[in-house]
Design a protein around this ligand. Structure first.
Ligand code: ADP
Length: 326
């Protein structure tokens, strides 16, 4: 049935059932069946007597075919596992990775039933409104270097959202993106490794795109592109742009022998955490003033209680500040 879709997509105008059948060497009845199935999937296909069929493309179509259409990456998203509903895309991709899945494979869900943030906290991922995606990477790096990938994913998403929407979201170090101080994006990086060797890394990205409302309690701290701008956006376009940006940053990261230094300036430009008061929730909880980010991607803070400078590692803390405050 997807071959019918490709033919209609190429044609852009009307094509008779007979023409389609001849091109694919199938019967007209088989063409009709395929059209019916495509319609069931949500594709709008016009049928006019004596003219035939015509595909009406909507930006809202969101599935593996649409995501692959026009995607210009080399590796990221070359294999797409799309789920109408699943527990978590990170979980699905982990299974795929353990089965030998290729670097760049992505898992995308229309809806996640058990979305989670760090420390297993619930992540709200309803159908129709957001991008819930995980990306499989197999970098030859030390496990300790993997946290930089979270920062690069944040940068890639931030730049993609800016380019696609004209809005100016900011990164909250290390793993969130905020718009008007509310959480727009969450990033959850997980990995499978030994002491000195990384087997694979999964970067999970959740973006609230066209969400019109959040459940009780979440509305004060979470937001969507729609809620901030009054406009709806194509999830497919944003997703593709995220992949293109992230691939380019990832290649640069590998080429620079997994150093964060080349990205420091770009990252700091988009990061709102610097100069903010933060609450560091690690082994110890304390208030501090964030002052800088190191070339390794760690946060430099000055503690409120003793005035001492400390370096905070992204793997071990949650930062609270702005409307995210607790
Ligand atoms: P942090 O990085 O701040 O520690 P997490 O990565 O653990 O946060 O994300 C989980 C938290 O994000 C939840 O506790 C909830 O407050 C918030 N949250 C859940 N779903 C969404 C969503 N769709 N959009 C924005 N924030 C959300």
């Amino acid at each position: 049935m997807y071959r019918i879709l490709e033919i209609l997509r190429r044609e852009q105008g009307f094509l008779s059932g007979q023409d389609i059948g001849e091109q694919l060497r199938i019967s007209r009845a088989a063409v009709w069946k395929g059209i019916k199935k495509l319609r069931e999937e949500g594709y709008e296909i016009e049928a006019v007597t004596n003219k035939g069929y015509r595909l009406i493309l909507h930006d809202t179509m969101y599935n593996e075919k649409e995501i692959a259409q026009g995607l210009s990456t080399k590796k990221l998203g070359r294999t797409i596992c799309f789920y109408k509903e699943t527990t978590t895309t990170n979980g699905c991709l982990r299974e795929i990775a353990l089965d030998g899945g290729d670097e760049g494979t992505i898992a995308v869900a229309e809806r996640m039933t058990a979305g989670r943030g760090r420390r297993g906290r619930h992540w709200e991922a309803p159908a129709g409104s957001g991008i819930w995606m995980s990306i499989l990477l197999r970098p030859n790096i030390f496990p300790s270097e993997a946290s930089v990938l979270t920062l690069l994913a944040g940068l890639a998403v931030c730049q993609a959202l800016e380019a696609e929407t004209g809005l100016s979201p900011k990164i909250k170090w290390p793993n969130d993106i905020l718009l008007n101080e509310k959480k727009l994006v969450g990033i959850l990086t997980e990995m499978d490794c030994e002491m000195q060797q990384t087997h694979f890394v999964i970067v999970g990205i959740g973006i609230n795109v066209n969400t019109t409302e959040f459940p009780e309690g979440l509305g004060d701290i979470a937001t969507s592109l729609y809620l901030e701008s009054g406009r709806t956006f194509s999830r497919k376009n944003i997703l593709q742009r995220v992949l293109v940006n992230f691939e380019s940053l990832y290649e640069e990261f590998i080429a620079s022998h997994s150093s964060f230094a080349p990205f420091l300036f770009r990252y700091k430009e988009k990061c709102s955490t610097i100069n903010q008061e933060v609450k560091v929730l690690g082994k110890e909880t304390f208030f501090a003033q964030a002052v800088d980010i190191t070339p390794e991607g760690e946060l430099v803070v000055i503690r409120k209680d003793n005035g001492k400078q400390e370096v905070v590692f992204s793997g071990e803390v949650s930062i609270r500040g702005g409307k995210q405050g607790e």
